[in-house]
Structure formats: structure tokens, C-alpha cells
Design a protein around this ligand. Sequence first.
Ligand code: ZN
Length: 480
Amino acid sequence: MARPIVVGVLAAALLIGGAAHARAQRTSADYTEPYQRRAFAIYKTIVEMRTAEGQGRVPAMAAYLADQFRQGGFPAADVHVLPLSLPSGEQTASLVVRYRGNGASGRKPILLLAHMDVVDARREDWARDPFTLVEERGYFFGRGTADDKFGVASLTGTFLRLKAEGFVPTRDLVIAFSGDEETGMLSARALVTTHRALTDAEFALNDDGGGGKLDESGAPVAFFIQAAEKTYATFELTVTNPGGHSSTPRPDNAIYDLARVVQRLEAHRFPVAVNDTTRGYLEAMARLTPGPTGDAMRRLAADPGDRAAADVLWALPEEVGITRTTCVPTMLRGGHAENALAQSVTVTVNCRIFPGEAVDDVKATLERVADTKGLRIVQRGEAFPSPASPLRDDIMAALTATVHARYPGIPVIPTMAAYATDGREVRSAGIPTYGVMGLFMKDSDQFAHGLDERVPVEQFFGALEHWKGLLSRLAGPGER
Ligand SMILES: [Zn+2]
């Protein structure tokens, strides 16, 4: 295994090490334009700030970035660090930066989203220090290299580059970086409510969702635009019983009752649901997917009532979520002594709800399916539904042209995420939101939130071209 090499050192050794590979690996030293060097310096600096929950480092990161924007020519009046106290008492912050346009398009601003916080990482768990940007074998390693300091650095680097090049957008472009996306998303909510005067926009582009897929040889497969997110909701279903001594078992028993509830849940399927995003996804994926799976995707897009097609996708963990609401038991607890009849048994059920379906309706369905007298069902925590964002021709056209400038001819496919991002808060505040991250990855390189998070070096610099292309097309002089 190669020795970890700190960025900027021993680039020559990396080139020699990379010569064994068929594809020549590029190192960060190969990217010599001033805008590339500046974006890279910002990326390195912010990856090395431990902006995880409990560390209190987000305000410092916001202040550092604010400084970069002011030095890059953005008036101080257009750079806003917005502090926020979290319920835990920790201080976080958001950053809003307005790139003033000339108003020629007559349109409302475009909001550009990313988040400054990260999931924590411990040095002893990682092969390399998670809070040092390490360049090795054509990758940048470190916590946040993908999620989402990649997004913060791409957008910051792009604003500074466009400003330096004298670009004047035809509408305002507004960066909004949040500070607690991985935990509460309260800063994103404040950005589009309390601070709405600063962030109001026609739509938002999220640099923390969507993105491209590479196959395992590194060839581009497709780009995904994330236009919807499922709603996360958790329920606890509890059966209670008077209990007693286990030497005198009674005919009714909380464990048997709950076991039957779990079996009924297993047998239940929520109905197939389709929206524009998932229909577009199924149609496009059908063209890329050989065999019965592709065939089922094509048929389900054409006819959501096709039971046989739905059954094929039901069996595929990575596809079932796009077709319907799912609820699955994730935890069990019950009983209090090995020689006592259980008085209370609980199953935790986690649901990912299709946009547009009400959380209370899902709860009522679970109750009906459980079909057990005396069963108590409670929702744990709050659920935050958000509507699917309508797919727009202008955004799809600009995005497709931008993606094709890097990777000609690949399909651009709408998708719905089964997880939540700040996009949920922005969508539910009435601003349609599209995840269009400029990062292409192999499935085998996906380590966001996990150990040894990484991105290919060339992707970091490619994302700078992605954002310049996209913003030039959506807010450049060529615009209608
Ligand atoms: Zn993220």
C-alpha cells in the first residue's frame, strides 16, 4: 500500500506510482490556472476545519469564506455571516453571498446551496487523518472531501473565478451555505424563512445532491438531477399485556401478538406511486439497464398498475424506493426478565414516504395493517415532507449542455433521493430545488459519512468547469 502523501508534496512520486495504471493519473499540481489554485487552497483549508457537531467550528469556517469573498471583490454589504444558536447550545452559522446581476433577464435570483458542516470522523478509525487533505493515487481523501466541502469549494471557487473574469450575470446569483445539514437542518430553515429577504429565489441549485456516475473502469455512465426527496418518518408500534410469571403462561402474549404484527407488516406493500421525476428516472434507466430489470422499469413507467413489473423492482433494494413508500422494521425491544411474561413489546418501523403522501395516512395504514387490539402507535420525532420540484425545460437544457461539455452524449436523468438534504427545507419553503453536484463517482468510491471519504482529483477541478458552464447558461448574456 502506498504511503499517504500530503497534498502538494511529492507529486513526482505520485506520477511514477500512477504509471502502472492504464489511465494517466493527474495530480493537483497539474492544475495551474490561478482560479484552480485558489479553489484548491480553499478546499484544503476547509477540509482541515473540523466542522462536526459539537466542535463549534462552523462560525470560523463561515468567517474564513466571507473573507475570501471580500478579498475576491464582493462588497462587504453582499456578504452575510448569519449566526445561529442550536438547541444544544452550540453556535453554528450560515453564509449568504449575493453576486449582483444587471437584471437584464428580469428574473428572480438563483439560489446556490451547500453545507459547511460534516459528519464527525475519528483519527483512530481512519487510515489517514480525516482532517488533513491527503492526495494519494489520484484521489483527495478527508472528511468532507465529497460531502459537502466539495460543494462549498466548487461554488466559492466559481464565484471568485467569475468575478475575476468580469462576468456580470443577468440575474442575481445567491450562495447560501448552511451550518447543520447533517444534524438538524435548522440553519437551512432559517435561511429560507427568517432570512428570506436575502435568499428569495426562483429556484435553487443544490451542490449537495445529484451528480454523475462512473462505471468501475472510470467511464461516465449518466448524470442524475435530484428533483425530489422522500420524507423520513419513524414509528414505534407497541403491544402491551398484563404479563405474569412465565411458569403460568396465559393464552394472550405480547410477544406472540407483536410477532404477528411484524409478519403483517412484511406482507404489506404500499401502492406504486409515480411522479414526473420517477417516471423520467424509470424511462431513462430502462435504456441503460439490460434484461428483466430494464424491461420492468420501462413497463412500470408506462403503466404504474403493472403488478408483474412492480414485483421485479420490489426485489431490488436499490430500486424499490423509487417506486413507492417503504416501511421496514429496524429495531425490536420487549420483556423485562427471562422468567416473566412480557408486559410491553415494541417494534420500531422506519418509513421513507413518497412525496405527496401524508405522514398521518402512512401511520393510519400501519395501524390498519397491524390489525391488533390495544396496539399503540406513536411517531418518533418530527417528519418534514417536501414536494417534488417540477422538471423544467430551461434547467434541463442548461444542465444537459453543461454535462455534455465534459462528457458528451451521456444521459441526464431525474432522480428522487431516499435521504434528506437541505433541499427538503428549501422545497418546503416554496423554492423548487435541484441537486446538480458536479461530481462524478464510481459506486466503489462512495464513502460519504463513512471511512476514508474520497473524491477523484480530476473531479474537483472538473466541477469548477461544471459550475461555470451551468451558471453561464442560466444567467449569462446568452440567456433569452
Ligand atoms: Zn451533504
